[in-house]
Design a protein around this ligand. Structure first.
Ligand SMILES: [Zn+2]
Ligand SMILES: [Zn+2]
Length: 100
């Protein structure tokens, strides 16, 4: 089948249904472009998460994971961690009580 190269727009005979490039050279150009785009994307994500970071309170006190606060002084990344933390401290309190 005749296909159009995604890089140089040249028409070529594809030997594979998913062949997108006329040559290895063009495939390499595409691969390099994708790596570059990924790097830019990661940098962008890094900037966004950096802005979201607050001086305190954004680290889950149960699992230590950084999370996005939905209200000020939120201490847990999830309901699971909240329940985990409180059930754990409840058990500890009980043990303390038993031990005297
Ligand atoms: Zn090409
Ligand atoms: Zn957590």
């Amino acid at each position: 089948m005749i296909k159009k190269c995604l890089i140089c727009a040249k028409q070529f005979e594809a030997h594979h249904w998913n062949q997108k490039f006329c040559s290895e050279n063009c495939a390499r150009v595409q691969a390099r472009a994708r790596v570059k785009a990924n790097k830019q994307l990661y940098r962008k994500i890094g900037n966004v998460t950096g802005e979201m970071k607050r001086p305190d309170g954004s680290v889950c006190i149960n699992c230590g994971k950084t999370f996005e606060q939905h209200f000020p002084n939120e201490k847990f990344c999830s309901d699971t961690c909240r329940l985990d933390f409180f059930s754990l401290s409840a058990v500890e309190t009980l043990f303390d009580f038993v031990r005297g």
